[in-house]
Design a binder for this molecule. Structure first.
Ligand SMILES: Nc1ncnc2c1ncn2[C@@H]1O[C@H](COP(=O)(O)OP(=O)(O)OP(=O)(O)O)[C@@H](O)[C@H]1O
Length: 858
């Protein structure tokens, strides 16, 4: 391990000293910014004037020097016949006079990359400069070239374990495929559940960056060069080694420098194609995208916006720099790093709280010259083209389609910030938003892929996911390297990283190449043929021509008319083809349409032609709509003739910038004056209603509890009443027996045992009558007593309507019933009722008798 790495490892975990990118280890080292470069130093050195890297400028101005690159044989003569070097346009190197617009100026003056003629910035196997010794293993690139990158449909997920001096909490198996990693049982939360086995494509250890690059990114870089979109991103907690893996240091260059090296090595190994390379470098911090290649002032005043939807997401305004050599890429990266440092007060904190994205747009086409495919009337490439949004574009040419792909290399913010900082800082909230959204997006995609569902994927919830939408949605090769710190203290963060990695593994990909066909050349060829056919037709029809000018036999006439019919038919057929060959997008996968100009079949069946016609009509309709909307857009543009002087244009831009500023002030004023007070009112109202709601809820709960108690009590009362009725029945039987016995015995004086009622059949009859009435009342109104009561417990009608047991009889207190009974010799055995006294101190006589008689000997 290098000294620098060792010292970096020794630093406290929360701080992440970032390294400068080390693309050119030897000759460019003095031009590299030292780590300690202060913003002011950078500010003085960042007056970059040309859109191309310094090396590209040297090349384009044709000054012979150490970095001068000889032109390719295919472009040895420019179209106007001059020598290649002198024909190359100079890049607009100095600021235009009179430019005052502070907001828009950078995108139209010396910063305007789009004014470069892409034809002049092409690199091919001859013009690419020596690729140096870092990862310049061309044989390995050759090996990669033999692979088929389009077939992979899974995300490549790898784990990198940072070296540590502390004992590791993880058990790693790298000898079998897939590689596995699991927590050592002694560190598991509970001994009952064994630690989970995580499986990945690669698990890498150690400080060597080359094996990491080879395992994780090289195939993706080659795929990008081959026309597929590719994304490599590093995910993990702070200080786990994301930046070390992506950027590396002088001793161990990371994925970005190695990828760039391979890009040029690939070009060197591909003589059949020529390339246009554009790179951009941006940072997502607090959910705002900052263009790291634009001057800091304009990147702050004009954050990058994401426009478009679905696969057609565009970042604007985003500076893209054309690069033609490794040194150029190095320069661009350094400038980006410099701007990033300038923007931050605490570099380490800022870098671990923001996502950085390095993008390389790769356009390529087959090399022309000697191919024989190019029609003589092929379109010539103009020296300058009107500026195109996002930089210069390579044009299809002479039947050669252009392949476009994007390689994105992303260093994400520390993943643990997403949770630990969420309550503390705004930054934490934003990291939270983007990393958690990334997780949600990935799991939804994985779920959709696994279950064949098409659930909504919340790409729009964060800038990061929105920007990555075209790639994450499937049309890209993705490689994710998750870095973990193996220490015991970092087990929760490492586990969460491994779970994220496992989720992402399930996402299904369907990456496809994108090609644009040279429509002009195709049209030209068809037009030429149509012209020739028409000429032949006209000759045949001319009055003095070979057909009409002499007498023909019937047979000859027939042949001639057939030939003319065929000519007409071919003309018609070609006219239709011209309509449908505007663009051929391989993504549509429509086999019925020609995939390239060379595959066009002129002898298509009528059915195929009909299909072509239908498709062409649809295309025409779409284009008509597009024309209308473009016309509308044009109408709303400020009036300025194309040849207006620069000062006029600048004036207009200045006015627009002022209007924008004014509108911003108005918006801010609205926010300050109205936004805040309105929010406060809303919060108050919400609070008040929340309290009311809470009180209502409490009241309702109380009422429900009361109702429950009521129901229970009612039930209890009912059960008691039934029991009481049973006891009354028993007592009635007893009284009846008692009456019967009284009939045959001596006439007893009024006493407790001889109340006025017990005449033959009297008590029994009265009791029976009352029982009957009560039962019928109960049947008719089972809840009636409850309705009359105030309390759920007391039964009013029961209280007012006394039972036989409760009725007070006016009898002498001094009568000794036991003596009377003994005298009569009656052996009484009343049933044990267990009846509780109805009222204390005023027991009914019958009850008293019963309680007394219970003790009587039978
Ligand atoms: N595999 C490794 N070998 C040697 N040193 C490493 C390795 N991984 C990380 N380091 C060292 O650990 C420290 C932290 O690494 P790095 O800055 O790459 O972490 P990070 O994940 O990018 O953190 P942040 O989220 O803050 O950006 C650095 O000093 C780096 O050099």
């Amino acid at each position: 391990m290098s000294t620098s790495s060792t010292s970096k490892l020794a630093r406290p975990v929360p701080f992440t000293p970032k390294r400068t990118h080390s693309l050119i280890p030897d000759d460019a080292s003095d031009s590299r910014l030292p780590r300690s470069t202060t913003p002011s130093l950078l500010a003085s050195s960042k007056k970059y004037k040309a859109p191309l890297s310094s090396e590209s400028r040297t090349r384009l101005t044709s000054k012979p020097g150490p970095l001068f690159v000889p032109p390719t044989p295919s472009r040895s003569k420019s179209r106007d016949g001059s020598t290649p070097g002198s024909a190359r346009p100079k890049t607009p190197a100095s600021p235009r006079k009179g430019t005052e617009s502070p907001l828009l100026m950078p995108h139209v003056s010396e910063m305007d990359v789009s004014r470069i003629d892409p034809e002049e910035a092409l690199v091919d196997f001859e013009t690419v400069t020596e690729v140096g010794d870092v990862s310049a293993d061309l044989d390995e690139v050759d090996a990669m070239l033999r692979e088929d990158y389009g077939k992979e449909d899974k995300v490549l997920v790898s784990i990198r374990i940072r070296p540590s001096e502390n004992p590791s909490a993880w058990d790693v198996t790298t000898s079998t495929q897939p590689r596995t990693i699991k927590l050592l049982p002694q560190h598991a939360k509970s001994a009952a559940t064994p630690p989970q086995d995580f499986r990945f494509d690669e698990i890498l250890t150690g400080s060597e960056n080359k094996p990491v690059y080879t395992a994780v990114a090289r195939s993706h870089v080659c795929a990008a060069m081959d026309g597929y979109n590719a994304v490599v991103f590093a995910y993990g907690q702070t200080a786990s080694g994301k930046t070390f893996t992506l950027s590396g240091d002088d001793a161990q260059p990371g994925i970005i420098p190695r990828a760039m090296k391979d890009v040029f090595a690939y070009i060197k190994r591909t003589p059949a194609r020529e390339y246009l390379l554009r790179c951009s470098y941006l940072e997502i911090y607090n959910e705002a995208i900052h263009d790291l290649l634009a001057p800091p002032s304009s990147s702050v005043s004009q954050p990058v916006q994401i426009q478009g939807t679905g696969p057609n997401v565009v970042l604007t305004p985003l500076r893209e720099e054309v690069v033609t050599s490794l040194k150029g890429v190095h320069e661009v990266l350094q400038r980006g790093e410099g701007n990033r440092r300038t923007a931050s007060t605490d570099w380490n904190e800022r870098s671990s709280r923001s996502h950085s994205v390095f993008r390389l747009v790769i356009e390529s086409r087959e090399r022309g010259g000697g191919g024989g495919d190019e029609p003589p009337s092929g379109r010539t490439t103009p020296g300058f083209r009107p500026p195109t949004p996002g930089g210069p574009r390579l044009q299809a040419k002479g039947g050669r389609s252009v392949q476009t792909s994007v390689l994105s290399l992303i260093d994400l913010a520390g993943s643990e910030k997403a949770t630990s900082d969420k309550d503390r800082t705004r930054e934490g909230k934003y990291i939270n938003t983007s990393l958690l959204t990334l997780g949600t997006v990935i799991s939804t995609l994985a779920e959709n892929a696994a279950r064949g569902k098409s659930d909504h994927v919340p790409f729009r919830n964060s800038k990061l996911t929105r920007m990555l939408q075209p790639s994450l949605a499937g049309n890209a090769r993705i490689s994710v390297i998750c870095t973990i710190n193996p220490d015991v203290s970092a087990v929760p963060e490492s586990t969460s990283t491994l779970l994220f990695a496992q989720r992402i593994k399930k996402v299904q990909l369907h990456a496809q190449k994108k090609e644009v066909v040279d429509t002009d050349a195709l049209l030209e060829r068809y037009r030429k043929e149509i012209e020739e056919l028409r000429k032949r037709l006209a000759e045949k029809e001319a009055p003095d021509g070979p057909v009409k000018g002499r007498r023909l036999s019937a047979r000859e006439q027939l042949d001639e008319s057939l030939a003319m019919h065929n000519l007409n038919a071919r003309i018609k057929q070609l006219t239709k083809l011209i309509l449908t060959s505007q663009t051929v997008d391989e993504n549509k996968g429509d086999d019925s349409r020609p995939a390239s100009p060379t595959k066009v079949d002129f002898d298509m069946s009528p059915y195929q032609l009909q299909q072509e016609l239908l498709a062409a009509r649809r295309e025409l309709e779409t284009q008509a709509t597009q024309i209308l909307s473009l016309e509308a857009a044009l109408a709303t543009r400020p009036q300025l003739p194309p040849d207006a002087p620069d000062s006029e244009k600048d004036k207009l831009l200045h006015e627009q910038a002022r209007t924008i500023r004014e509108l911003e002030i108005v918006v801010k004023g609205y926010e300050d004056n109205l936004g805040e007070p309105l929010r406060a009112v809303r919060e108050d109202v919400e609070k008040e209603w929340a309290q009311k709601l809470e009180a209502e809820t409490r009241l309702r709960q109380e009422k429900e509890a009361w109702a429950d108690a009521l129901v229970k009590q009612l039930d209890k009362e009912r059960r008691m009443r039934i029991k009481l009725e049973e006891e009354r029945h028993a007592l009635a039987a007893f009284v009846k027996k008692f009456d019967q016995l009284g009939l045959g015995g001596p006439v007893m004086p009024p006493s407790k045992l001889n109340p006025p009622l017990p005449t033959p059949g009297g008590a029994a009859a009265v009791f029976a009558q009352r029982q009957k009435t009560k039962v019928s009342q109960l049947k008719e109104h089972p809840l009636a007593p409850l309705a009359e009561t105030e309390s759920p417990i007391r039964l009013a009608s029961e209280a007012s309507h006394k039972s036989l047991l409760e009725e007070e009889w006016d009898i002498g207190e001094d009568v000794d019933v036991s003596i009377e009974l003994e005298k009569s010799g009656v052996a009484m055995s009343p049933p044990k009722t267990g009846l509780a006294p109805a009222r204390k101190g005023s027991q009914s006589p019958t009850r008293e008798i019963l309680s007394e008689k219970e003790n009587l000997p039978v």
